[in-house]
Structure formats: structure tokens, C-alpha cells
Design a protein around this ligand. Sequence first.
Ligand SMILES: Nc1nc2c([nH]c(=O)n2[C@H]2C[C@H](O)[C@@H](COP(=O)(O)OP(=O)(O)OP(=O)(O)O)O2)c(=O)[nH]1
Ligand SMILES: [Mg+2]
Length: 132
Amino acid sequence: MTIEIVHVAVGVIKKNNAIFICKRADEQHQGGLWEFPGGKVEAGESVFVALKRELIEEVGLTIHSSSQLMVIEHDYGDKCVKLDVHVVSNFSGEAHGAEGQPSEWVAITELENYDFPEANAEIIEKIVARYA
Ligand SMILES: Nc1nc2c([nH]c(=O)n2[C@H]2C[C@H](O)[C@@H](COP(=O)(O)OP(=O)(O)OP(=O)(O)O)O2)c(=O)[nH]1
Ligand SMILES: [Mg+2]
């Protein structure tokens, strides 16, 4: 049996000492938890193009560049994901929950007070180590 790994472009949107996060809808995989916005990389698409497309759709931002933070493979049991995590600080627009989802700018030092999917623990650890 081959296991499908879903490749996801994830954007850590950073402005000064804050990160923009969104809440996943209850009916989504890992629903009800906070996330860094992003979504699936489609066939033939680069990670940057996927990230750009997803961030316009989900948070109304146009990104101009991004820098890779890390790649994490995680098996949730019902789904395997490969999170391609990029820091985005060069963007235009005002971040908002463009799909009606709750969203906030959160200080990096406060991120640990929000519930994220399991795979995100490593991401938050790295953001705190690097930027807090
Ligand atoms: N966007 C995002 N996804 C995450 C994070 N952490 C984490 O485990 N994931 C998982 C949850 C999902 O299984 C997958 C992302 O899928 P998604 O639902 O955002 O994909 P998508 O935007 O393309 O949406 P759709 O096609 O399902 O409508 O990655 C995170 O911080 N951000
Ligand atoms: Mg998404």
C-alpha cells in the first residue's frame, strides 16, 4: 500500500514581533485549532506559487517573497502531511480572515497559549527561538 502524503504550503506571516494566525473550521481536518494560513500544493505548482495563491484566498494578502523555515512530515493517523513552512514578512494588504474565519495577530511570546495541530509544536519552538 502506498501512503499519500499531502504537501502543504504554510505561511508564518510576521510583522515586527507578531504572527497572524487563523482558526480552522470545525469540519476541516484538525478543525477548531489555530493554524498558520496555507493549503495544499497542487500538482505542477511550486511551493511559493501555492503559498501566494492560498494567502490571497485565506487572508487577503499578496506576498512578494518568502523564506523557508523548515519542512515537517507528520502522520496524524488519518492523514499524513508534509508542511513546507515559510516565513513571510514582505507582503501587501491588510491581513484578515478572508473566508470568514476567526483570525488574530498574536505576539510570538503568546503563541504557546493557542491550541495548534500537533505538528505545529516544532514550528512554534523554532519561531520563538529565532524571533522572540
Ligand atoms: N494551513 C495549515 N495546515 C496545517 C497546519 N498544521 C497542520 O497540521 N496542517 C494540516 C491540516 C491539514 O491536514 C493540512 C492543510 O490543509 P488545508 O485544509 O489548509 O488545505 P487547503 O487550504 O488546500 O484546503 P482544502 O483543499 O481542504 O479546502 O495541513 C498549519 O499550521 N497550517
Ligand atoms: Mg488552508
